[in-house]
Design a protein around this ligand. Structure first.
Ligand code: SF4
Length: 558
């Protein structure tokens, strides 16, 4: 016996099930072979429409996957590491168990990068290795992230071991794809979304013991630089609502996190359109974009202001920004707020205006150098890191010399540099010739490396004897007798657990997650060795007084 209302509810559920089946049939292509191939899956809107149904399906269809073990290998950028934590949360909620070794896992997922051919080839090697495993071979292998998005179901043709392909905006669909794989199907969902930010997913931290954490605040890229595949693999720009970002930061701080790095493909293009009010941060003077300036919504300087004021005992960094979105208000805020790290990543890509124009970067060498000057004027003791692509289409020796000269003028503390690798479906692939020989690209890349390291090493030498603020992150990877930390400029600092000198300077307990004042005793190109001097009290007063008393850690450029 059923009450009429229950019958109505059940018949409406049946109708929705039918609707769902017809919906799914649009995405499901059954092959004549024993291995049906799911070409793609439903997008976010279908999950929103059928949230109740989704819950029922999770409870019934997926219940037999409780306890299945999943290992996730993460390659590529920090966004991928943040996405791994989102995937861990989604799968844990669906009953899967995350394990820390591939050998223990029924399911082996690889979070991939597609930025260069070399990154993809490493994934191909890994898939080949997995397919040849004789022992501990996982039941299901899945490819997630940018390479999955770029190659889509072509990956099934490339590697027979792959059962699941899931793009960056489809992670909510992973439990369904894995359940299908378990029943012998192969499935792919590479649908990109205009809205997906995973704002309601509380990521599970991959390294819960670390006092430093990532928070992803925006996804996608609308810039379409000529060389870059990211707009194709990550889709359009969209931002997590500011309230959701603040909640996530609050949870992390409550859990003991002392440093948060805000993440996004263009993190400073953040714009929360769900927030009331009209704010216009404005572009960096002299910079342009392929799209008109966007007015309205809560923008990055406002978010950074809110977070750094709301969580004064936490240090904030952000990456990766686009140089076009550094209005004066943002630089001023970083200069004034003690808990905003004095480090900026300013990806130049080239020091030649002609190359920058071909890359469609939206700025000249001169405009970039003006931004560097403005940033250094607004933010005392600023460290700048950068990206350089060596051997882009048509790059001459003179262009390359311009880039080396740019390195000398900016005095980067670190440069991520790459030999240009042509990517399909980019403007450069369609319209330009990859005409710089591979050995020339490699030689130029080596020269960039040598020049920036010499400069970073010389600048770091100037910090010997200075007192700096360091967050203790854990044991040194080389020796458990040393702490590993990071200073305000993002440079790695190693500190002895026992006093090194006869004066026995540090007489206080140090724990992971402490901020300490430390004196730099020696310096290499990328690492400082320092003696801890004193603990730094929590909160804004602690930061402010510590920074006021500490010496500058980097010289201003001449
Ligand atoms: S800004 Fe340019 S380089 Fe950066 S992700 Fe977007 S397209 Fe790629």
């Amino acid at each position: 016996f059923q009450r009429p209302s229950t019958l109505i509810a059940n018949s409406s559920l049946a109708l929705r099930l039918l609707r769902c089946r017809s919906l799914c049939s649009r995405y499901t292509a059954t092959r004549a072979s024993k291995e049906p191939l799911l070409q793609s899956g439903p997008g976010l809107q279908h999950f929103l429409q059928d949230a109740a149904l989704q819950k029922k399906m999770q409870q019934s269809d997926l219940s037999n996957h409780f306890g299945k073990s999943v290992f996730i290998e993460t390659r590529g950028c920090q966004m991928n590491f943040a996405d791994t934590e989102v995937v861990m949360s989604i799968l844990t909620k669906a009953g899967y168990r995350i394990v820390s070794s591939g050998q223990e896992a029924n399911i082996y997922l690889i979070m991939t990068c597609a930025i260069r051919e070399g990154a993809e080839n490493k994934i191909r090697k890994k898939l080949h290795w997995l397919s040849n495993l004789k022992q501990h071979r996982p039941h299901t292998v899945g490819v997630l992230g940018c390479m999955a998005e770029r190659l889509k179901s072509k990956l099934f043709d490339e590697s027979s071991v792959v059962r699941v392909i899931c793009g960056p905006d489809a992670y909510r669909d992973l439990p369904r794809l894995l359940a299908d794989a378990d029943s012998g199907q192969r499935g792919a969902n590479t649908q990109l979304s205009l809205e997906e930010t995973y704002a309601d997913v509380n990521p599970i931290r991959a390294q819960p013991e670390s006092p430093a954490a990532f928070v992803s605040i925006m996804r996608g890229c609308d810039n379409h630089c000529a060389f870059c595949v990211v707009p194709q693999t990550r889709g359009r720009e969209r931002s997590t609502p500011a309230d959701a970002v603040a909640d996530q930061v609050g949870r992390l701080v409550d859990g003991g996190v002392r440093e948060v790095t805000l993440l996004g493909q263009n993190v400073n293009s953040y714009r929360d359109v769900s927030s009331a009010g009209v704010f216009a941060a404005g572009r960096t003077p002299g910079f342009s974009a392929v799209y008109a300036e966007r007015i309205g919504g809560l923008q990055f300087p406002d978010l950074l202001d809110r977070l750094s004021a709301g969580y004064p005992a936490c240090r904030f960094r952000f990456t990766s920004p686009h140089p076009k979105d550094f209005p004066a208000s943002l630089l001023q805020l970083i200069g004034e707020r003690p808990n905003l790290a004095k480090q900026l990543h300013l990806p130049a890509q080239s020091g030649s205006t002609a190359v920058l124009q071909r890359m469609r970067r939206g700025y000249s060498r001169e405009a970039y150098l003006r931004l560097v000057d403005d940033a250094r004027a607004a933010v005392p003791n600023l460290a700048i890191t950068g990206d350089i692509i060596c051997g882009f289409c048509g790059e001459t020796e003179a262009d390359h010399e311009d880039t080396l000269e740019l390195l000398r003028l900016v005095r980067y503390s670190f440069v991520y540099h790459y030999a240009y690798s042509v990517r399909e479906r980019t403007r450069a692939h369609r319209l330009m010739k990859d005409d710089v020989p591979e050995e020339v690209k490699m030689r130029r890349s080596a020269e960039v490396d040598r020049v920036f390291r010499d400069i970073a090493s010389a600048d770091n030498q100037l910090s010997v004897g200075q007192r700096q603020l360091v967050l203790i992150e854990g044991d040194s990877r080389r020796s458990a007798d040393w702490w590993r930390g990071r200073n305000d400029q993002g440079i790695r600092v190693l500190l002895p657990k026992l006093p090194q000198s006869a004066q026995r300077i540090h007489q206080f307990d140090i724990r992971v997650g402490d901020f300490v004042a430390a004196r730099v005793d020696s310096a290499g190109a990328q690492t400082l060795l320092a003696e801890p001097l004193a603990p730094v009290p929590d909160g804004p007063a602690g930061f402010a007084s510590a920074l006021a008393e500490l010496d500058s850690s980097r010289p201003l450029p001449a």
